[in-house]
Structures are given as C-alpha cells and as structure tokens.
Design a protein around this ligand. Structure first.
Ligand SMILES: C[S@@+](CC[C@H](N)C(=O)[O-])C[C@H]1O[C@@H](n2cnc3c(N)ncnc32)[C@H](O)[C@@H]1O
Length: 292
C-alpha cells in the first residue's frame, strides 16, 4: 500500500497526533488479516479521524503506541474495536426496494408453500448491521404468511460488529429510521414509546422478533458455524469493503451454502466475481439465482 500523505488533524487545544504512512500500513494489514477488508490510500483521513478517538480513550499519544498495542497479545480486544471503528454500518429498512419486490413475487411464494408442507426455510442477512434488513425481510414474510412464527422459518442476521448485533436483538429504532418502514407495516409490527429523553422510539413486535436470530459472525472467518443450508442470502453493501480475493472466496462460500434454487441478493455497487459466476444466473438487478 502506498500512501501519499501523512495525516494530522489535531482537535482544538490538543497536541497533534500524526498518522504516518508506516502506521497506516500496519493498520491496513490488520484490517486485511482480520476481516479481509481493503483499506485504500484515500481512506487515510477517515482512519485518522475514527482511530484518534480510540487513542484518546486509551490515553495513548501516538499511532505507533496504538499499533504496538493492537499487534500484541494484550491488544486482542482493542483489535476488535479497531475493526469496528473502521467499518461502516449504514443501512435502512427496505433499502434497494426491488429486492423486496423480487422476494414477494418470485423467491418467497414457493418457499412459503414448502413451509406449509412442514419443511424448514432458512434465510441469511449477512452483514446485517442493526437489523433493519432482517426485519424488512421478516415483515415481507409476515405479509405473505401472517402466522409465519408457527412454521419452521428463520432468518439468521449476522454481523462482525457485536454492538450492531446487540442493537438488532433489542429492536429499538428512532422515528427517523422508521421513515423507510411503510406505515401499514409500522403499525402492525412495531410499538412506539418515548425514550428517556422523550424521543419517540419504535420497538419490533415479539412476533417479528421471533423470526430473526442475531449472531456475531465474521464472514472472513476460516469456517462458519452454521450446519444447514440457506434458501436465500442477502449480503448487501458488505463485500464491497473486502479485497478482490476475499470477495471471490465469499461468493464461492455462498454458492456452497445455498440450497437450489437459492437466491443471492447483493448491493447495488457490488458484482459477482471468480468461479462462482458460472453457478449463478442473473434474475433481476443485483439478484442471482443458483443454477440447477
Ligand atoms: C454498510 S453495512 C450494510 C448493512 C445492510 N446489509 C444493508 O445493505 O443495508 C455493512 C455491514 O457489514 C459489516 N461487516 C464488515 N465486515 C464484515 C465481516 N468481515 N464479517 C461480517 N460483517 C462485516 C459491518 O459491520 C456493517 O454492519
């Protein structure tokens, strides 16, 4: 990685903390090793602004000290914080609505018929952030099968960021986030209450929660803990942060863990790559069906 500039961005009234090229490279190496995330040169300002906060929390005066810590055994926990500080959790309910239209019209009806015959249905929201994607899928399932919780239907919602996983499990969303949830679905599947500061907050209904299981999972881990296969995988706006080699590996792993005819939904600026391309056919915008 070649980095053009050293970054300095001191908070008012404090000593400058410089992120030198050498330390940026050390941080990039950790991101690559731990999460398969590629940190480009242009991310140096972002790296500085996000990690300088960690330095303050830890009362460290230099990125050299910070890198020494995260590279050591004693810094194992901080290494996780580093990863979380540098990933982005941006998400929203019903993001990329065409995927949910495809779910309603094409992917879900045969699966619901299967569920009614007593078969299990498994869906995975991989890189789920705070759960808005998984709950959007759950809302769509409930619109097609109003008592879905009585069937063997489960959505696994996983993310590397344990804070996001905890938020998803809790299922509290601000009024601003709820703007993307259609009114009818909001009224049906959410309860509103005022939080401690008097702000209107919405909580996911127990029925919808019962369809979703949240887990911490690193997509780049050597193995995944799930035993069975999935009928549908949503992995959107997540793989884009990985290097090319990791992306190809992930697509292959999705191919192998999908049950035919499985569907894979990816983000608007992502593309399938590597040998898995041959196993999928396009079935809509950034929507792929596993070949028979
Ligand atoms: C931009 S959000 C996308 C959320 C949602 N899929 C969507 O499209 O709205 C990307 C998520 O991927 C997660 N992520 C990044 N690297 C990961 C990894 N190696 N394993 C699992 N999740 C990861 C981040 O924590 C973040 O929550």
């Amino acid at each position: 990685m070649s980095v053009a500039h050293n970054i300095e961005n001191p908070p008012a009234g404090s000593t400058k903390i410089i992120l030198a090229n050498r330390e940026l490279e050390r941080i990039a190496k950790i991101m690559d090793t731990d999460a398969g995330i590629f940190l480009s040169d242009e991310k140096s300002t972002l790296v500085h602004s996000r990690l300088v906060k960690r330095l303050r929390v830890l009362q460290l005066n230099s990125f050299v000290d910070y890198c020494n810590l995260v590279e050591s055994e004693a810094g194992k926990e901080e290494r996780k914080e580093l990863l979380l500080a540098l990933t982005t959790n941006l998400t929203r309910f019903f993001r990329e609505p065409h995927h949910f239209e495809h779910l309603i019209k094409t992917a879900l009806p045969p699966l619901i018929a299967k569920a009614k015959r007593g078969e299990k249905i498994r869906i995975w929201s991989a890189g789920c952030s705070n759960g808005q994607e998984a709950y959007s899928i759950a809302a769509v399932i409930l619109s097609l099968l109003p008592n879905a919780e009585n069937f063997d239907i489960k959505i696994l919602a996983s993310d590397i960021d344990r804070k996001m996983v905890m938020e998803g499990r809790k299922g509290f969303y601000s009024e601003a986030l709820m703007q993307k949830m259609p009114t009818k679905l909001r009224e049906k599947h959410f309860e509103s209450f005022d939080d401690q500061s008097g702000k209107k907050t919405y909580c996911v209904s127990p029925q919808m929660k019962s369809l979703v299981a949240f887990r911490v999972l690193n997509l780049n881990a050597a193995s995944w803990p799930m035993k069975g296969k999935f009928h549908i995988i949503f992995c959107r706006n997540t793989v884009i942060y990985f290097n090319e080699e990791t992306q190809e590996k992930i697509w292959t792993r999705y191919r192998d863990i999908l049950e035919k005819p499985g569907y894979l939904y990816i983000g608007h600026s992502e593309r399938l790559s590597g040998s898995a391309i041959n196993n999928f056919i396009k079935d809509g915008v950034t929507t792929y069906k596993l070949k028979d």
